[in-house]
Design a protein around this ligand. Sequence first.
Ligand SMILES: O=c1ccn([C@@H]2O[C@H](COP(=O)(O)OP(=O)(O)O[C@H]3O[C@H](CO)[C@@H](O)[C@H](O)[C@H]3O)[C@@H](O)[C@H]2O)c(=O)[nH]1
Ligand SMILES: [Mn+2]
Length: 522
Amino acid sequence: MEAPPYNLCNPMKKSTVINRSYAVLQSIAITSMIFYRVSSFLHSTPSFPLLLVFASELILSFLWLLGQAYLWRPFTRKTFPERLLREKKIDQLPGIDVFILTADPEKEPPLEVMNTVLSAMAMDYPTEKLSVYVSDDGGCALTLYAMREAWDFARYWLPFCRRFGIKTICPKLFFSRYDDDFVGRGYEDEKEKIKLKYKLLQEHVKKAESNGEILRGINSKNHPAHVEVIQDGSLNSPDTIEAKMPRLVYVSREKTPSVPHHFKAGALNVLLRVSSMISNAPYVLVLDCDMRCNDPSSAKQAMCFHLDPAISPNLAFVQFPQMFHNLSNMDIYDGKLRSVFSVKWHGMDGLQGPMLSGTGFYMKRKALYGDIVQEDTDFTLLKQYLGPSNELVKSLNSANKNNNNTDITSRLLEETRFLASCKYEHESQWGKQVGFLYNSVIEDYLTGFTLHSKGWKSIFYNPPRPAFLGTATTKLNDTLLQGARWNCGALQVTFSRLCPLVYRLTSRMSLLQRMCYVYPKV
Ligand SMILES: O=c1ccn([C@@H]2O[C@H](COP(=O)(O)OP(=O)(O)O[C@H]3O[C@H](CO)[C@@H](O)[C@H](O)[C@H]3O)[C@@H](O)[C@H]2O)c(=O)[nH]1
Ligand SMILES: [Mn+2]
């Protein structure tokens, strides 16, 4: 008998019928309107204002037509991680590298980043297969200090979450809740102990911050590369609880004012290279520093797609929706982005898959390395693409191995610093054909689009319990700025040689998928 599938995909039949009928009705109305205008223009010469009105009607009708692509074939999905685990042994699960990005210690306080890091470390996934990388573009010693403190706290937090099956694995969210996931023997006592440790942790970081010592002499635009694998500092302390921990690596890439750093995409590419030397997991999870893991099982859920032989070969990424913990019911600026995550991405899921949303996605590392990276590609050609590091090119062939046991030697750390240096990408294809793409204010949109244009697929998974919870913009100013940035970025692509309607016409991207890409983003 055939094993039951790890995931199910259900076409949303009712919505499809309603959407399509509505589209037919509306298209009849629009065609009649255009017919009426043209025939009236044939009878009498139109005035200039009337021509303007007609032009705007045509533009709006075109936009309406583009928007129909999202509504044509909506899908929802379900996963069954327990079936996956029944069939695959724990050691058959692939490795996952989690990338967490931070740039500005003032806007993104290290205490918050630490919460994201702890939530990622506490995911319900074999610890030896999980590595967490923190990219700190600010090069801030306080962030590094907070990471070391987080590591110390994790030695208590992780066993606590595992022992009581805690679902709210982000400490800040956990301690701000009124209801508990678990009530049972020993729970209350343990919770109080952990709460005390969390308070201490907060105090340590706040004290370090107020001392100011740690921030002196920092220049976020000009600093050398620093890579550090966080290790136990106080292993010998008497109350140490033995805990198997995922690897935690702090990365601050080199920055010099004369070399463009390419913002988030640049930071992600450095993490791709550095992680390939250390854990080199076949899948990466990308999280903005304010996007906490809220469901320990999200990695297994994503693997229900990535390990499904029917889907896997063409699947580049599994995108989870961005959900937020700081919005009230009076969300007057639509900070929740309802139209995107409740409608549009479900619609694209029925086509070739949702766009890349920048955070909360599990990406196949191989998909980012581009077409050139095949087994028989010449070594020198690979170096032209991937830059001068021999070690990086060699790592391509071990992409499916789980080498989380790599010894961290000083030579390896030196290589990672080289990979995180400003000059590394010079004359390589990073940001052009390899990794996350540059020269766009919305690198996620461009990277996702290029992957789809090469034939890769993506999946949108919107589970009942939000897998990740972020912080939404709640001020009108910020919301407008963000909207303007997204739409400008999308327009910039639409009016370039990459215009989604016509780019790579020979590729397998459907017209409906192309229409989604040119529709205004929010
Ligand atoms: O030079 C930089 C700039 C930003 N970041 C990080 O990138 C993330 C996103 O940047 P942010 O300034 O918070 O942008 P938002 O507008 O909030 O981000 C939204 O829009 C971006 C562009 O579409 C997406 O990449 C994000 O995932 C999405 O949440 C944050 O974690 C930053 O720390 C860096 O690491 N280096
Ligand atoms: Mn943000």
